[in-house]
Design a protein around this ligand. Structure first.
Ligand code: IVH
Length: 686
């Protein structure tokens, strides 16, 4: 959209800032962008140019002013006007019931236990932060510190784009101190570590350390480059305004003011309902895009909170319910070398089986030989092992023997460190490590059975072509029996052949063929990801799809053009470019297209019009039981829909899960079609 020429610079600045704030909110808080990144970038650069021409009009809360230029000398101290408290922990429903009993006993006869209102929410694994707004402007950010005195991290928190520099809406108190958790989403954390690993740099042990380490950077530019976000879980000092009587109503206000609040927070009555809510969060745990280490149960009413007070450093009105640990200690039985999709030779620790976050783990990755050496992991060592979400369990560190000797009474003689293999353990091709790279690779390419198998597994995986029921064992058989030699053959499987495989039968074969057929309709992002181009993960693939819109455009782009895609640097650009220049890869792509693999072009193309939800704007609200938000969104997009964050006149459909919020009310008011989860599943089947 061109600037309205009659507009004054000040008016245009206001418009641009308002629009950018709105889109920041959609992107970073609602997780539902309304415009393509390129359009956002255009608005942003227009604002920057205009401010360069009129520096006198720059205000500290302009979206361009998030990152200040000068590193700090050190952090100054901030005394919290109200102490930042901690939480007591519980680990079982009995302990939670005991907490409830203490609350009821203290409150006395005036409150009926069964109907006592609690709020149940995720316990985020990050670090607590306090944000002070004066007249709606962000004035100060501080860490919790010891609860009484923290550190001034104003310049750092200003770089976190989920945090508004000024509040939206109206009616905020003159001084408002909100509190929340700064954290790093799992995928972003993995990507950051992956980059550090490839460069042979130090990696962070977990997202919490990464968040803390990123926030406590004297140079705010470093913080700005780290994918931090925030969700609120309380408030501190408030002056010059009236706050609601309950926490749940306060959260509604926070949302209205544009502050980030989790949509997994639930209000319940009585402790049984609270326990149910906790259990539900636990089932969601592995599907969330960030780590939670438990749930927090809080008395909702503010007057009751005041009567309950606190002991030592924890309130009597709230408690944490901790889930099983994601990091535990076990012993390394031996170290194997696995061959990955791109030939990477990865040392993997075989472990004494151990339960991590509720799942039995027997293997954990050591990532590469350099990292194995740095951590100095050897057979027989006791190590701490971490697992989170879909991520492969990894060895975090060796637990020092001295610490163990005290408890176990013995020291063992450690074997020599494992040497790097010179040849691929599967196909015996030479192993090489290109200059400056951390990873050792098998040079066998698709001749190496391990690489071929890994390529098919990746292609069929949930976030790629999502071929339900095509697991590792089946892929093994298909390759070993020569039924398939490449992923193209998957689309030409014959029922009788599949049915004759071990542990298959007519019914399973039919199901598999259905799943294969269903995978034909996909998205460009998924397709690009499924191809297994080196360095192209899920988000890069989606970035390419969004930027180019069509496969032809991606394939034809030169390296320079590829580098203009957000987050694509010279290395990724040349990998993508080289991939499409290889005849073998082009053949596979042609084969897949000939087999009927299709997707909508990203920006309204002809093929898109034939899809059932082509061009329609769809909103999802509430909790879905049978699939994650991410999957629901992807499935809708595959049907041609645009999934957006807020309901408007233009919304064609609202998918409504359990406990919907204001979006449902708004949709009803606007007469938007609303479907529940059951109807949604039927729609997806169609
Ligand atoms: S409430 C007085 N709510 O857990 C209430 N804390 O173990 C104190 N945390 O210091 C905070 N998620 O850093 C609260 N939903 C949540 C939380 C949460 C994570 C952190 C917070 C706190 C620590 C206590």
């Amino acid at each position: 959209m061109a600037a309205n020429r009659s507009e004054s610079p000040q008016a245009r600045l206001n418009t641009l800032r308002r629009r950018i704030r709105h889109h920041d909110h959609c992107y970073y808080v609602e997780d539902a962008p309304e415009i393509p990144d390129a359009e956002y970038d255009r608005l942003f650069s227009e604002l920057k140019r205009l401010e360069e021409r009129h520096p006198e009009l720059i205000t500290p809360d302009s979206p361009t002013q998030r990152v200040s230029g000068t590193p700090l000398e050190g952090f100054s101290k901030v005394e919290h006007r109200q102490a930042m408290l901690s939480l007591d922990n519980t680990f079982s429903s009995e302990e939670l019931a005991a907490f409830h009993q203490r609350v009821v006993d203290r409150l006395g006869a005036k409150v009926a236990g069964d109907s006592l209102s609690y709020v149940v929410e995720p316990k985020l694994d990050g670090l607590a932060i306090s944000l002070r707004y004066e007249q709606g402007r962000l004035i100060q950010g501080a860490t919790r510190g010891d609860g009484r005195v923290g550190e001034d991290v104003t310049a750092q928190v200003r770089t976190i784009r989920a945090i508004p520099l000024r509040l939206g809406g109206e009616g905020w108190p003159t001084t408002l101190e909100v509190r929340g958790e700064v954290f790093m989403p799992t995928e972003a954390f993995e990507q950051m570590n992956e980059k550090a690993r490839a460069a042979g740099e130090k990696v962070f042990a977990n997202p919490r350390n990464a968040a803390a380490g990123s926030l406590r950077q004297l140079d705010p530019k470093v913080t700005a480059s780290r994918p931090l976000t925030l969700l609120l879980h309380g408030w501190g000092a408030v002056d010059g305004g009236v706050m609601p009587d309950s926490y749940s109503e306060t959260l509604v206000l926070f949302r209205r003011w544009g502050l980030p609040v989790s949509d997994l927070i639930r209000s319940v009555q009585g402790i049984d309902a609270a326990q149910k809510s906790v259990n539900h969060l636990e089932t969601l745990r592995q599907t969330l895009p960030y780590e939670i280490d438990g749930a927090v149960i809080k008395v909702d009413r503010v007057d009751l909170r005041a009567r309950l007070g606190y002991v030592a450093r924890a309130p009597r009105w709230a408690i944490a319910y901790k889930f099983p640990a994601q990091e535990v200690v076990t012993r390394v039985q031996g170290i194997d070398v696995q061959v990955g999709r791109t030939g990477a030779l990865t040392p993997v620790a075989r472990l004494e089986p151990v339960t991590v976050g509720g799942v039995v783990v027997t293997n954990a990755t050591l990532h590469n030989f350099g990292e194995m050496r740095r951590k100095d992991v050897r057979a027989g060592d006791r190590v701490s092992v971490r697992r989170a979400g879909d991520v492969i369990p990894e060895v975090v560190r060796v637990v020092p023997q001295d610490a163990l000797a005290a408890t176990e009474g013995t020291l063992f003689q450690r074997p020599d460190p494992m040497a790097e293999p010179e040849r691929c353990p599967v196909c015996d091709s030479r192993a090489t490590r290109p200059e400056g790279e951390a990873v050792l690779r098998c040079t066998g390419g698709l001749v190496c059975p391990a690489q071929r198998k890994a390529a098919v597994i990746h292609f069929a995986s949930r976030r790629a072509m999502n071929i339900d029921g095509l697991g590792t064992k089946l892929i093994d058989q298909l390759l070993a029996k020569g039924v398939i030699t490449s992923v193209v053959d998957l689309y030409h499987l014959e029922h009788a052949v599949v049915a004759s495989l071990e542990r298959m039968g007519s019914k399973s074969a039919t199901n598999l063929l259905h799943a294969v057929a269903a995978s034909r309709t996909t998205t460009l992002g998924r397709f690009l990801f499924a191809l297994g181009i080196r360095e192209v993960g899920e988000s890069t693939a989606q970035g390419l799809a969004r930027y180019f819109g069509t496969l032809d455009a991606v394939m034809e782009a030169d390296r320079e053009r590829l580098e203009s895609v957000p987050d694509v640097g010279p290395v990724v650009a040349s990998r993508v470019w080289a991939f499409f220049r290889e005849a073998h890869n082009r053949q596979v792509i042609d084969g897949l297209l000939a087999a009927g693999v299709v997707w909508p072009d990203v920006e309204g193309s002809v093929s898109e019009e034939s899809l059932p939800l082509a061009g329609q704007s769809v909103v999802i609200t509430g909790t879905l039981e049978s699939l994650t938000r991410r999957d629901a969104k992807a499935r809708l997009e595959a049907l041609g829909a645009r999934v957006v964050g807020s309901v408007s006149k233009k919304t064609a459909l609202l998918v409504c899960g359990a406990s919907p919020g204001s979006k449902r009310t708004k949709a009803e008011a606007l007469g938007v079609e609303i479907i529940d989860e059951a109807a949604f599943l039927v729609l997806l089947e169609r």
